[in-house]
Design a binder for this molecule. Sequence first.
Ligand code: NAI
Ligand code: 2OP
Length: 313
Amino acid sequence: MGRPKISVIGAGNVGASAALKLAELALGDVVLVDIVEGMPQGKALDLMEMCPVSGCDLNIIGTNSYDETEGSDIVIITSGIPRKPGMSRDDLVSTNTKIVKQVTEEVVKRSPKSILVLVTNPLDAMVYVAHGVSGFPKERIMGMAGVLDSARFRTFIAMELGVSVENIHAFVLGGHGDDMVPLARYTTVSGVPITELIPKDRIDALIQRTRDGGAEIVKLLKTGSAFYAPAASTVEMVEAILKDKKKILPCCVFTDGAYGIKDTFVGLPVKLGKGGVEEVFQIKLTDDELRQLHVSADHVKELCQRIHELGLL
Ligand code: NAI
Ligand code: 2OP
């Protein structure tokens, strides 16, 4: 049996950082695709030259063509523009819909059995676009956002309490936008809910910082958005699938009734294994949490509607 094949479309900040992490974890052979001539080739060669030092026996190819992606098991799509200070993720919708549409067409022709993991923003709407273009079953298409948003929440809680991030488990559901839904009741420090450890006003402040987490980094970087944590979060999902871990992670997935939400893509807790999204995990939410989740899902639906109104799909 050969090694798994993982293609990464878009060899920019997130794509290249994901390729680095995939190689370090020796998860499979990697194909890095970008439209910029020479750039994916240069980054792939650099990564290959890292392998003797890191001890990873893999092939890493950089290319401007999709031919080398043929027969991929997993395709990560990061191609598109990131936001600049003052922009919302939704402001990227016109440009990135065109890019994701074209990329998905090329990818699915050559890898009809692959699992697609979308990263490009606005995330939930881009998963919708890739789903429409690919016609893939809902199990084989998902987006990365909840793992990142939860990682940010975990980081801020660890900083607040001065404890290891490894002790913190958190769930952030909903769309990858200002109305994401961090669930304090299900966020724990070694099993103890943070609602018993941190005063409410401080939890509210940590939730707000999580919601603004992407913008905080855009403001500091000025020329782009976060990429180390996004890349690591994407690779956590890929690893869960390739190793058939049955790991419960918040991912952007299709829902046709789960949590009372119909016919849209939104961040929910799911079980990831070799089949992709193997199950939507149902957890009990309060009326208020459920209301927030519906507000977030409605926002995604509106953006998808706008894509059609703009004639982009
Ligand atoms: P970047 O600008 O560093 O990289 C994007 C790459 O896509 C560039 O190298 C560009 O040449 C390439 N590209 C553009 N059009 C293409 C096409 N048609 N085919 C192939 N490649 C193409 O941007 P970065 O920081 O890597 O972010 C990528 C995307 O991911 C952005 O839309 C960003 O907003 C999003 N993002 C989403 C996150 C999430 O949580 N879902 C987290 C971080 C970033
Ligand atoms: C983030 O949250 C840009 O969506 C990306 O950092």
